[in-house]
Design a protein around this ligand. Structure first.
Ligand code: BGC
Length: 444
């Protein structure tokens, strides 16, 4: 395998998210996000850590962009913090926030690196959460205004846009289980959040298309290959339901298929929140779909789990190789996912917008020898290539992540970076995986 086997138009990149790297939580007029508030609450985050400083990307963006350049990575995915641009989520615009992203974008372009902007990577303005956040249908117009501001401010230089990051994770963890911000739980909150997210995704796609007509517009989904724990019919049906819930709930309405309600009966309750032209308005013809795949899950039937009657068989109990997130290392998952999404005719193009792994990296004599991560990336790339060679329209691969960063409720313990961060000194050390990628990408 070499770079050329993927074709000359294949997009190689690295991904990040504002809240996980920027820090400067209240600098230059930024408003509070739901994650600022969530991390300030007791026992929500392992080790009671917060992201007030994180990787200090807000100040060190030039250092990190220079590192991206030194690793020969031509594309950089980052997200915009909505409360940095609009401290109250609606209304007043914070020019200093816009200036900051202008500096980042301009420096990327100066370094010959293409910006890929995510509009929403989970840091909702807290002022909007006080109005119900994703459970309030007004979020459709709030988000349209925010999208318009981003498109008008940056659309002259940014061509690649992604509306959402992983809706199934932020609605599930944040509005059903309550383990992510804003910490809401229960079926009603979850279903409203799901439906409004779907409406917003399509609506924001339309706003981008109108304002930046030649943009390359996408949105991203987390996806995981699901297998039944046994050949028993009830385990197979449980796996089928979990697959529909995790992998199909958000993509299918966007491409005009509606929610997978016959496979996940509880989603029928979504009809309560549907109105007027929703079926039409949920559809948008994205230029690409971003897939983010890390592992596989094994599923068994469970009468104790409400609504879905299925449970995951944890990787730790299966005697398999795991990452620091306790996720199984299973490279064929990304192949199966690509084949699965490849069968949707309405998907024009797929880009792997995140893939990577957390391992317990250590600095030894100034070096980080992360063989496991290097192998993880190589093995996943082989599976992406296999799918591509079999005709799946996969056109890019972005590693999660550039640097170690704030891993949400897990705090700083899991290290996902190609670059090690010493959080006390903010020193960066390129890991062996980063050096491998640099050499791989420099091959002609
Ligand atoms: C998210 C990232 C996260 C990564 C590793 C994805 O779910 O988009 O924000 O850090 O996976 O957990």
């Amino acid at each position: 395998m070499n770079k050329e086997s993927f074709g000359k138009d294949f997009k190689w990149g690295v991904s990040t998210a504002a809240f996980q790297i920027e820090g400067s939580h209240d600098t230059d007029g930024k408003g509070l996000s739901i994650w600022d508030v969530f991390t300030a609450q007791k026992s929500k985050i392992k080790g009671t850590q917060d992201a007030r400083k994180a990787c200090d990307f807000y100040n060190l963006y030039k250092t990190d962009i220079n590192l991206i350049r030194s690793l020969n990575i031509p594309n950089f995915r980052f997200s915009i913090s909505w409360p940095r641009l609009m401290p109250n989520g609606i209304g007043e615009v914070n020019q200093r926030g816009i200036d900051y992203y202008n500096r980042v974008i301009d420096f990327l372009l100066e370094c010959g690196i293409e910006p890929w902007v995510t509009l929403y990577h989970w840091d909702l303005p807290y002022a909007l959460e006080l109005k119900g956040g994703w459970t309030n249908r007004d979020i459709v117009s709030w988000f349209e205004d925010y999208t318009e501001l981003c498109a008008r401010s940056f659309g002259d230089r940014v061509s690649n846009w992604m509306v959402m990051n992983e809706p199934s994770v932020f609605t599930g963890a944040g509005y059903f289980l309550g383990v992510h911000a804003p910490g809401k739980s229960g079926l009603t909150n979850y279903l409203k959040a799901v439906h409004h997210t779907t409406l917003v995704t399509a609506a924001a796609g339309r706003v981008l298309r109108n304002i930046v007509p030649h943009a390359n517009i996408g949105t991203t989904f987390s996806c995981t290959h699901i297998e039944p724990a046994s050949l028993r019919y009830r385990d197979q049906m449980a796996a089928h339901r979990v697959d529909a819930l995790l992998n199909r709930t958000f993509i299918e309405p966007l491409i005009g298929m509606g929610y997978p309600q016959s496979d996940v009966p509880v989603l029928r309750k979504l009809d309560r929140y549907r109105s007027g032209n929703d079926d039409r308005d949920m559809v948008f013809d994205f230029d690409f779909i971003g897939l983010q795949c890390y592992t596989r899950e094994i599923v068994k039937a469970s009468v104790f789990t409400p609504y879905i009657h299925a449970a995951l068989v944890k990787a730790e109990r299966r005697n398999v190789d795991c990452t620091d997130m306790k996720w199984e290392v299973f490279p064929p998952s990304i192949y199966h996912i690509l084949k699965k999404f490849g069968t949707y005719e309405k998907i024009r193009k797929i880009i792997i917008t995140e893939n990577g792994a957390a391992f317990p990296d250590k600095v030894v004599q100034g070096k980080v020898m992360d063989e496991q991560r290097t192998k993880y990336i190589q093995d996943h790339l082989l599976q992406v290539l296999k799918a591509k060679n079999e005709g799946v329209k996969v056109d890019g691969y972005f590693v999660w992540s550039l640097t170690d960063n704030f891993e949400w409720a897990e705090g700083y313990h899991p290290r996902f970076g190609l670059i090690y961060v010493d959080y006390d000194t903010q020193e960066r050390i390129v890991k062996q995986s980063g050096l491998w990628l640099r050499d791989f990408l420099s091959e002609v």
